[in-house]
Write a protein that binds this ligand. Structure first.
Ligand SMILES: *Cc1c(COP(=O)(O)O)cnc(C)c1O
Length: 435
């Protein structure tokens, strides 16, 4: 299947090129030319399929023309090596727990899928080593590094700002070794991002080595996120069959990749009644829904920091999907926005009333459902990360210790290995070329 750019000056781009490039030449985001509608029979019997089986069917609709069937099945099975359970939290409200993967956040799904797809392309072409450069302020680095860990033919360089990521985040990409190199930059996240962008533009570097990015706007990271919306529906059908046809999905949103994958699932026929986008104080999308005007602005820091985005990159995909109609978008998606105080209050009261411990991002989703769900509707919110990833914040809110899952403890036991670097591009270039 071919891809076109949301800016519409680029089209007929194949999957492999779209994945390797990440962003189109006209700076737009790639969109698949078609979104296949799955047959009613698939939805009628979906609850009898395993997560891997239903994901395989969805993957085939997007990637089936470009990836050999057995290889695609293997990629899907490897990606979904962990469960995504739907858990009842309170009356008619369910959490879709996306945090049972290696780094305890939903970005594992896209990270794992993209690494395996890229590795498939490398093997098919007989290309030599591909180098993935990624700048991170915390969570992206760990999902990408762990997704690519041990994948043949790929070396990953994670650039992160010294002293500016949390110790838990840092150990998730500095203790891996193998094909992962962590680079500790003397500077800010913006410096890391600038270094990566400069590397992609450097002629000599690109002549000597194959470079690619694992940015979150990549179609290979974003499309696989549609898998778990189908699985949420299938599980709800099993748990409460009469509620499944009235499913409202609420997505804690930052760059809006996750919710866009849900909108794609709905276009494929998944019966989602409507969506709610939950924001923190970074509320440009909320304001767009109210006013029809999109006014990006610098982000402000909050306790749900993975949603601190002032100009969500996937907004372009949502506009494109709805033919730029504000009315059509507002008919399918409603918004909510919460202050840090409201988020903290939600984590505390939900814990006290139900015993369920939310993370600050999931808390925005849960709260929006408690406020916006109509009688007869069932609400599913995406629990995008494990509360232990935000241990200090969550412990301060609930006033009791948060248990750290085994997986996270193992990262923390590992030995930190990183290469120190100044924020000067020549130093990065020398390091890459010396390899
Ligand atoms: C990345 C992230 C989000 C935001 O997801 P988008 O796809 O950018 O909207 C929400 N919660 C957590 C924990 C995240 O890591």
């Amino acid at each position: 299947m071919n891809y076109y750019s949301t800016n519409r000056s680029v089209s007929n781009v194949g999957l492999e090129e779209a994945v390797v490039k990440g962003l189109a030449e006209d700076r737009g985001l790639f969109m698949p030319e078609r979104i296949e509608r799955l047959p009613q029979s698939f939805f009628d019997t979906i609850e009898s399929l395993s997560f891997q089986e239903m994901a395989g069917r969805v993957a085939e609709a997007f990637f089936g023309e470009d990836v050999d069937a057995a290889a695609l099945r293997q990629i899907v099975d490897d990606t979904l090596s962990f469960d995504v359970p739907l858990v009842a939290v309170s009356d008619g409200i369910y959490a879709l727990e996306l945090y049972h993967g290696p780094t305890l956040a939903f970005k594992d799904v896209g990270g794992r899928f993209m690494s395996r797809l890229l590795s498939y392309f490398i093997r098919r072409q007989g290309t030599h080593e591909v180098n993935v450069l990624v700048a991170t302020s915390g969570d992206t680095g760990s999902a990408v590094a762990n997704g690519f860990l041990g994948v043949e033919g790929i070396h990953v360089y994670v650039l992160y700002p010294k002293g500016l990521v949390s110790p838990i985040q840092e150990c998730q990409f500095t203790t891996l070794g193998q094909n992962i190199t962590a680079i500790e930059v003397e500077g800010t996240f913006d410096d890391c991002q600038r270094l990566v962008k400069t590397a992609f533009l450097d002629a000599e570097l690109n002549a000597r080595m194959k470079l690619t990015s694992a940015n979150s706007i990549n179609v290979a990271r974003f499309l696989p996120q549609s898998f778990y919306y189908f699985y949420a529906y299938a599980q709800l059908k099993r748990m409460a069959p009469q509620q499944a046809e009235h499913m409202v999905v609420c997505v804690p949103s930052g760059n809006f990749g996750n919710i866009t994958a849900g909108l794609f699932a709905r276009r494929m026929g998944l019966p989602v009644k409507r969506f709610i986008a939950a924001n923190n104080r970074n509320d440009v999308f909320f304001e767009y829904l109210q006013t029809g005007e999109y006014r990006p602005r610098p982000s402000v820091p909050t306790i749900a920091n993975a949603m601190d985005v002032g100009d969500p990159s996937n907004f372009a995909r949502i506009l494109d999907l709805y033919g730029h109609s504000h009315a059509a978008i507002a008919a399918d998606i409603s918004g909510a926005r919460y202050t840090d105080e409201q988020i903290a209050d939600t984590v505390r009261t939900c814990y006290e009333a139900t015993g369920y411990l939310l993370d600050p991002h999931g808390a925005c989703g849960y709260r929006a459902l408690t406020e916006l769900l109509q009688p007869g509707e069932a609400g599913v919110f995406l629990e995008t990360a494990h509360p232990a990833k935000f241990k200090d914040t969550v412990e301060r809110i609930v006033g009791s210790p948060v248990a750290v899952p085994q997986k996270l403890q193992e990262f923390m036991r590992g030995t930190k290995q990183s290469v120190p670097l100044t924020n000067d591009f020549d130093a990065l270039k020398a390091l890459l070329l010396a390899k």
